[in-house]
Design a protein around this ligand. Sequence first.
Ligand code: FES
Ligand code: MG
Length: 569
Amino acid sequence: MTDKKPAGLDNGLTNYGDRDFARYLRRSFASSMGYTGASLDKPIVGICTTESGFNNCHRHFPEMIEAVKRGVLAAGALPVTFPVISLGEVFLSPTSLVYRNLMAMSVEEMIRAQPMDSVVLMGGCDKTVPALLMGAYSAGKPAALVVAGPMMTGRHKGERLGACTDCRRFWSKYRAGDVDKQEIDQVEGRLAVTSGTCAVMGTASTMALLAETLGMMLPHTAAIPAVHADRLRASEETGTLAAQMAMTGGPRPESLITRASIENALRVLLAVSGSTNAIVHLAAIAGRAGIDIDLADFNRLSDETPVLVDLKPVGNGYMEDFHAAGGLEGVLRGIEDKLNLECRDVTGQTLGERLARPLSDPIDRAVIRTADNPVDPLGGLIALTGTLAPEGAILKRAAATPALLEHEGRAVVFSSLEDLAARIDDPTLDVAADDILVLQNAGPRSASGMPEAGYLPIPKKLAAKGVKDMVRISDARMSGTAFGTIVLHVTPETDLGGPLALVRNGDRIRLSASEKRIDLLVHEEELARRRKEFSPNTTEPARGYALLYRRHVLPATKGCDFDFLRVSA
Ligand code: FES
Ligand code: MG
């Protein structure tokens, strides 16, 4: 913290030419919005908002913004909202991940360029939280996040439905002929029934929990449902806190996001069996601090951290149950002996101080277990390496079929998303239930920008016979709400000529979760011959952001950030 006076409207005032005139002009233009001189003399809290007509998850932000403003004003600062790019997960093409870095740049530059002493970051939908944290870290001003919160569940024929694990479940039933057109249409209107982020432990909820663990959010606020009055109270309190941060000058993200707090976040990711996407986002956030996530370290944490939470897509409950059961607090207390307790949060308290406080309500252990009665004694995710992924791959073992975790099979290869779409349901496709489906050319540098295509559909003819899961391997990602024995983020990716590019139909592949390996069982001489045949894709997008992206995107292990935004370790 510093005791420097907040600069308020003078923040970043240009230092060339006539500085007094620049100040005069700025105040004059600000006055045109109806502010009094007394208001313009106050410290300024920027409210970085991501409302958009293309973002259903943030539809309640106007009400939340009012609450944030109330908190800022009551604490004696001036709230000023400003927009940045918003990313509504299902509306972006080719994929929202491609635009995460663009959003992070807009966040960083708008926080830096505009006059504010601190900032409230408002996001929630999948990529918005990492983009806000990446940008705010690099901008370097005091920042506190408030998230949208999860949706409530809908009802259908007496059962609860939540986006978007149940979207997949119903669509699979429809594909298999178990649900008819009339019912699938009915379910369409019952999957996402309120504002807020997806109702399960998908990417949005995982990232909210990790952001709170990193200390970037008020304690106890990550999982409050979007439509709950507590969400508005949390918004007001965040506004108050941000006003204090504006006056004291801290804490800044760099004092909260550290190697120790990132390790805590990885522990929480494992204990909640969170989204595989979170590992990419956490690597990107860590990269802004010059920190690498080492896959061997990650596996060590995974073997020591039990899964405590029984939620979809892996288990039974929804985020509303998780919040009612005690939320993140229940998870942190369950793995307290494994956490770095000296890490601080936006309020200035340490994690140890937070966890030493008595709880107002008991934790519901049916939803959030204890370490001696876990859902699973091992963490939800592991990193794999081996001859198919020399630099790493990710497997959500908690979402896998146990019998497939040690499996050798014959590769059935799809060379691209188009090839997959054209052939996966072809009745003549040569494929059996114990084969391994391989998708190439869907990594960060591919034209589709690492889509959530790693959840390859089960070929229709096998699905009709009741096959529910197969080992599936790709350099793509998978939605946080999906499940199956799915090896993702294979690095180096196909586009860079990694071993994934060299797999052919009929090759043997071996997955061993216990050894944390994924191996292509083909002789080195044969691979060398195929490597010579590999012709790299040299076509680049003609112009614009797509060209910037292709030239600068880093591998999944570095979080798919741009090379020029990451700080070298
Ligand atoms: Fe926004 Fe799932 S679509 S969180
Ligand atoms: Mg998602």
